[in-house]
Design a protein around this ligand. Structure first.
Ligand code: CP3
Length: 353
């Protein structure tokens, strides 16, 4: 059977709507927690290509998913540029030397970065060796989303420090965002050379920006990256590029114009309405609320999946193609894996009918 996800993205005939889930490998899976304990820490796990491969494949062993996503993290780029990264239990990522001055930007080291990230490229090659025909998704954070963590030093509720930079020091902000874009371009080119079939840009925090700030500080850098990475894979076939700005529903017109093949949607927007805004040649990914999957009420889940599939179909000439089912953000840790199995089979079954 040919790849349902690549066919759907390329608007070809599909047998069912393909599905994969952001954070499909992670702490909600007991077998993930076991390997993570063996690795000692999350970062050790990312840096061990053999274990990262095992964890990438875990959800595909359990569920009938249509794609794998490389197990890694968006924050490995700043780490490889010289920032000290730790994942603190229950607190998330922490940089001990956050970006505060222009000198800190100048100190970010692009020269050794790719060599330090060799473990990512090794994991990609390992995964491709194990995956047969299932496509492998590579990814990067967006420049703005990476800058948020680098300036805040970790997760943040309101992004005051990152926004202070944008508003008070736009020139330096652009300097940082340009440097990050160059790093991301090199990183994604190397991921593509190593064998990924699809790439995705996670602009997870773009949606916290004002309209003007998004159009100045996030969108142009997403565009710069898309303009400078290949549109074909290492074998010369078309390589789809997914752009996901969480909270980006307000900017669909503008995101449609930067060269993405797929636009990721969170759960705030109606996918049928999005279909009428986004040009027909661009596929859509999403848009189930992760909380609904975590709660696991089968009736509620079935009702919402039916609604999403129907909304897309009705707006797409009663055809499912061009849709990649996903959550609107990552799988929550409290999710019972049985709910994921139910969802994956449900999406396949309902879209086949
Ligand atoms: O989707 C996948 O299954 C692939 C792996 C993946 C991870 N992180 C694994 C991970 C991907 C694609 C990411 C991307 C990522 N990382 C994003 C963008 C997507 C999003 O969620 O918005 C962001 C913002 C990060 C930064 C990050 N990494 C945070 C804020 C955290 C802590 C949050 C938490 O759940 O504790 C991480 C850690 C992380 N990344 C984990 C996993 C499985 C949990 C680490 C652990 O095992 O303790």
């Amino acid at each position: 059977m040919s790849s349902q996800i690549l066919n759907s993205i390329n608007h070809q005939k599909i047998e069912h709507t393909p599905i994969w889930l952001m954070r499909q490998a992670g702490r909600y899976l007991p077998e993930y927690r076991e390997i993570r304990a063996k690795a000692g820490s999350f970062l050790n796990l990312c840096k061990n290509p053999e274990l990262a491969t095992v964890v990438t494949l875990q959800p595909l062993k359990r569920f009938d998913l249509d794609a794998a996503i490389l197990f890694s993290d968006i924050l490995v780029i700043p780490e490889a540029m010289g920032m000290e990264l730790n994942f603190v239990e229950n607190e998330g990522p922490k940089f001990s030397n956050k970006i505060m001055t222009e000198q800190d930007i100048d100190n970010l080291d692009l020269n050794d970065m790719l060599a330090k990230l060799e473990y990512v490229f090794a994991a990609i090659k390992n995964c491709k060796g194990e995956l047969n025909s299932t496509p492998l998704i590579g990814f990067s954070g967006s420049p703005f989303t990476l800058a948020c963590y680098m300036i805040e030093g970790g997760s943040s509720k309101d992004y005051v420090n990152a926004k202070r930079w944008l508003y008070n020091n736009p020139e330096l902000s652009h300097k940082l965002l340009n440097k990050l874009s160059d790093a991301i371009i090199q990183y994604l080119i190397k991921q593509i050379e190593s064998g990924v079939d699809i790439v995705m840009l996670f602009d997870s925090w773009g949606g916290v920006l004002s309209d003007a700030a998004y159009l100045e500080f996030s969108l142009p850098y997403l565009e710069k990256i898309l303009k400078n990475i290949p549109q074909v894979n290492h074998l010369g076939s078309k390589l789809p590029r997914i752009v996901f700005t969480k909270g980006g529903g307000l900017w669909l017109n503008k995101i449609s114009a930067i060269g993405a093949d797929v636009i990721g949607l969170d759960w705030n927007i109606n996918i049928g309405e999005a279909r009428t805004i986004v040009p027909a040649n661009i596929a859509l990914q999403g848009n189930l609320d992760p909380v609904l999957l975590a709660i696991g009420d089968r009736n509620a889940l079935k009702k919402e999946v039916t609604r999403i599939l129907g909304s897309y179909r009705a707006a797409n000439g009663f055809n499912n193609t061009g849709h990649v089912f996903n959550l609107g953000h990552g799988v929550l840790q409290i999710t019972n894996p049985d709910n994921v199995a139910y969802l994956v089979d449900l999406v396949h079954e309902l879209s086949r009918a």
